[in-house]
Write a protein that binds this ligand. Structure first.
Ligand code: SAH
Ligand code: SF4
Ligand code: F3S
Length: 491
């Protein structure tokens, strides 16, 4: 963990400071006292489990929440054994919401047996007023709800939750829920503790929110307006990560190509990448996600001339039909997208290109769908995430006419998936026999004699090896392609 601070030097009998992050460190110190007391009472330190249900942005938030919980003395455990369970939710598609309700019911069983157990909910789904209303009414055993804009306040909110829990146990009273949801913010609080899932790689937020309002998408409503971190703060974080053993960073934003435009002294994403490239110790730079409408020639040039930026670009297509793209508010046409791909491939012939595609946007005809298949065949994606369109209340697409019938939608989805897979397998085979640099990430889950890593283009490789190799980059000869992954041998 970096930003290790000395909570012992904080006088918790004083009033809380007003400024951040000092205020949160004060509440961390207060929470720690309680965690210690509870530990003594229980004869073991209290345990926590943060369950991440969303994208890389959420995963990074989960690491920040975990950093705070570890700082105050909680130890990590499985969900079923935890004294504090925190769901970091996603709401990009409707089925993500159903999952949360199902799991809450299951958790309540554990809570009944453990009076000091607390359940918290945060993340994108909590930014929806109807969701919070439903939880308040039907899941009153939940202790804490907060949203995406105030996660920096977690220690303070947790402290209030703890006070509530103590009172309700003492007076044998019903739970009172702590709810703190903000509609938006332009505040960015730096320098809170963070934990990392991997010691050798880390996500780094470069911006928050989204201003694109693609007509199907709920993200701008639950993540707020786009705001970039100052380049100096990002670089300082990456320098610290590098000193702490990180060799790979993934720069995170909903649309990294528009990074820096709103800063007082604007910086382009390509300029930021060039600065990150200079940081010694960093070997690989990845980023996510690029919106095709904002991908600049400057970025292509910087990528081409870089030895650290990975040969992988995730460039969501969403649909191959210009008509549908317009209804989606994506601001590019099929031809512009194909031209962009041609430009990227001519600069970097070995680059892997991956994408996201939505099937069944309202009004999608068989001809529109054929255009999507056409782009898929022309671009030959290395892999593609395919999604069934999901109606999100409050987005413009939710009230569009001609919602596609479910059976048509499912058939199209299967056709797309089989096309995408056929191409991905064909493309993957071309590397068999070659030697590639592979960053070893973890032991293989199925076979303890193997380790698993990734090539620069993000392809997965399994090879014989041991735990000492984790976090190291090794030259690997790819002996066999198994469709979506390779088997290899270290040279
Ligand atoms: N900012 C990123 C994507 C974030 S959401 C980008 O613009 O690429 C990840 C993916 O979820 C999107 O690319 C889209 O393909 C999918 N998605 C978003 N809203 C959806 C919806 N209502 N139904 C189905 N898929 C959706
Ligand atoms: Fe959603 Fe579009 Fe923003 Fe991506 S760019 S998060 S798809 S609104
Ligand atoms: Fe989901 Fe929020 Fe990410 S809605 S996809 S967790 S930004």
């Amino acid at each position: 963990m970096y930003n290790e601070i000395d909570l012992d030097n904080i006088d918790i009998n004083l009033e809380p400071p007003a400024e951040e992050p000092a205020r949160q460190y004060y509440y961390m110190a207060k929470c720690r006292e309680w965690v210690k007391d509870l530990g003594e009472k229980q004869g073991r330190m209290p345990r926590f489990c943060v369950v991440n249900m969303g994208c890389q942005m959420n995963a990074r938030d989960s690491e920040k929440l975990t950093g705070i919980l570890e700082q105050i003395g909680y130890t990590a455990s499985r969900e079923e054994e935890a004294d504090f369970v925190l769901y970091n939710t996603c709401t990009v598609r409707e089925n993500a919401n159903h999952k949360v309700y199902g799991r809450l019911g299951y958790l309540n069983g554990f809570k009944k047996k453990n009076p000091f157990m607390m359940i918290g909910l945060c993340g994108c789904m909590m930014q929806e007023a109807l969701v919070v209303e439903k939880i308040r009414k039907s899941y009153s055993f939940v202790d804490l709800i907060f949203g995406t804009h105030n996660i920096y306040k977690f220690a303070e909110l947790l402290y209030t939750t703890i006070e509530n829990r103590i009172l309700s146990v003492k007076h044998n009273k019903k739970n009172s829920m702590v709810i703190d949801i903000w509609q938006d913010t332009d505040l960015i609080v730096e320098d809170l503790p963070t934990e990392r899932k991997y010691f050798f790689k880390s996500g780094v937020n470069i911006m928050f929110g989204c201003n694109n309002f693609c007509s199907y998408c709920i993200v701008p409503y639950v993540r707020g307006r786009e705001r970039s971190r100052e380049a100096k703060d990002i670089l300082r974080e990456i320098e610290m990560l590098a000193k702490d053993g990180v060799v790979e960073v993934m720069l995170l934003g909903q649309n990294v190509n528009s990074y820096g435009k709103t800063l007082d002294s604007p910086v382009s994403f390509a300029q930021l990448l060039q600065e990150v490239e200079k940081i010694s110790g960093i070997e690989r730079i990845r980023f996510m996600t690029s919106h095709p409408k904002d991908l600049s020639d400057e970025l292509i040039d910087v990528m081409k001339n870089s030895s650290k930026i990975c040969r992988h670009l995730h460039l969501p297509l969403q649909s191959g039909s210009t008509d549908i793209l317009q209804k989606m508010n994506r601001k590019y046409t099929k031809e512009q997208y194909l031209d962009l791909i041609a430009k990227i491939r001519s600069a970097m012939p070995d680059i892997a290109i991956t994408t996201d595609i939505i099937v069944g946007f309202p009004g999608e005809t068989e001809e529109d769908f054929a255009e999507t298949l056409d782009v898929v065949r022309k671009v030959e994606y290395d892999s593609a995430f395919t999604f069934l369109y999901s109606k999100r209340t409050g987005t413009p697409a939710a009230s569009m006419e001609n919602q596609t019938p479910e059976d048509v939608l499912k058939k199209r989805f299967d056709r797309l998936l089989s096309e995408v897979q056929k191409i991905a397998v064909k493309k993957a085979e071309k590397y068999t026999g070659s030697t590639q640099k592979v960053l070893i990430e973890h032991r293989n889950e199925q076979d303890a004699r193997l380790v698993t890593g990734r090539m620069s283009n993000n392809s997965v490789v399994h090879l014989p090896g041991n735990a000492d190799m984790i976090g190291k980059t090794v030259d690997v000869t790819l002996t066999e392609c198994k469709g979506f992954y390779y088997i290899g041998e270290a040279n």
